[in-house]
Design a protein around this ligand. Structure first.
Ligand code: TXA
Ligand code: MG
Length: 321
């Protein structure tokens, strides 16, 4: 089921995708659960496997901007962003082109489509050989922690996937930044691997959707309003300045907190890039049913915004709890 990325495995993955099957594959951000984005039936399999309660729109993956231009209209600001950050961890929400072959189920019936060109070389090779756009959400059960290794995928979706392509841990570790360029001012719908600062350096000020968690003093988002997501079985206690003996500690940078039952440091030197890459794997390794994970504060700049967004959603109240 898990096969190491090799020319044969990549060819098999491409064929399975063309045949309408589900293939989990690595990207620079997280592992994706891919299906032919032009097939309603293949896309429906994604929702089934993830047990998504509602038909959220999916990100459609293509190998380059030329392939994207067959599916959506890329103009103005969007082309600037595509030129600057593709291939890479950026998804652009753009108007669906007339005659676009993308399944309406993939875009949840919207007249826009989120498009991404991943840079990871195995993802690139699979997309080129598949020759169809590939819809791919993160390859985890709905609401749970995103996978940054092939083993994570196998743990959460193993039986439902035709093939899991293993190319080691994901270097970025948090999902792509989603920017809505379908209307007026570009809006960041989800902070991710390309930072707000990087985007503003290219196109000037953008707005950040009120739904994304900045944790910034000027935009205090109520955790009660957040959709639970990225959730471990354990309870998450954020902004910890102390830790109890029965708690696990997810720390950041040098610190003096001692006495936790177990600790992982996102980055002992306080590097946000390293912290993002470690985030999901460390949350998983500290996870324990009925446990508590105390999390030290992470600075809310650069990749710290994406990290804090994921932490706050992981800590949000869960349905049925
Ligand atoms: O890094 C990533 O983006 C990963 C890897 C596998 O590429 N994919 C991923 O997909 O995170 P998913 O399905 O877990 O997240 C899709 C996000 C959701 O927040 C969804 O609401 C948003 O993109 N989205 C998709 N299509 C949209 C649309 N047409 N309009 C607005 N938001 C959209
Ligand atoms: Mg996801």
């Amino acid at each position: 089921m898990i096969k190491a990325a090799s020319p044969d495995t990549i060819a098999e993955a491409a064929k399975l995708l063309r045949d309408g099957r589900l293939v989990a594959f690595p990207t620079e951000t997280v592992y994706g659960l891919g299906a032919d984005a032009t097939s309603d039936e293949a896309v429906a399999r994604i929702f089934e496997a993830k047990k998504r309660p509602t038909f959220n729109p999916l990100i459609v993956h293509v190998p380059d901007a030329a392939a994207a231009a067959d599916l959506v209209d890329i103009t103005g600001t969007a082309s600037l962003l595509a030129d600057a950050f593709w291939p890479g961890p950026l998804s652009l929400v753009l108007p669906r082109k007339d005659g676009s072959p993308v399944s309406l189920l993939a875009s949840a019936g919207l007249d826009t489509i989120a498009i991404r060109v991943p840079s990871q070389q195995t993802a690139q090779a699979i997309l080129v050989q598949a020759g169809v756009p590939v819809a791919a959400p993160s390859a985890n059960a709905s609401g749970r922690i995103s996978p940054t290794s092939a083993e994570h995928v196998a743990e959460s979706l193993g039986g439902d996937v035709s093939l899991i392509v293993d190319d080691g841990p994901c270097p970025v570790g948090v999902e792509s930044t989603v920017v809505d360029c379908s209307g007026g001012t570009p809006t960041i719908l989800r902070p991710g691997g390309i930072t707000v600062e990087q985007i503003e350096a290219v196109i000037g000020p953008v707005s950040v959707s009120a739904d994304t968690v900045t944790g910034a003093a000027d935009a205090p988002a109520s955790p009660g309003m957040l959709e639970s997501h990225y959730a471990p079985a354990a309870r998450m206690r954020l902004n910890a300045v102390s830790v109890a003996a029965d708690e696990a500690l997810l720390s950041f940078g040098p610190h003096g907190l001692s006495g936790s039952r177990e600790e992982r440091n996102l980055s002992p030197s306080g590097d946000l890039r390293e912290a993002a890459a470690n985030l999901f794997a460390m949350m998983r390794s500290l996870d324990r049913e009925n446990g508590v994970i105390a999390v030290m504060p992470v600075p809310d700049r650069g990749l710290g915004r994406a990290i804090n967004d994921r932490l706050q959603r992981a800590a949000a109240p869960r349905p049925g709890h």
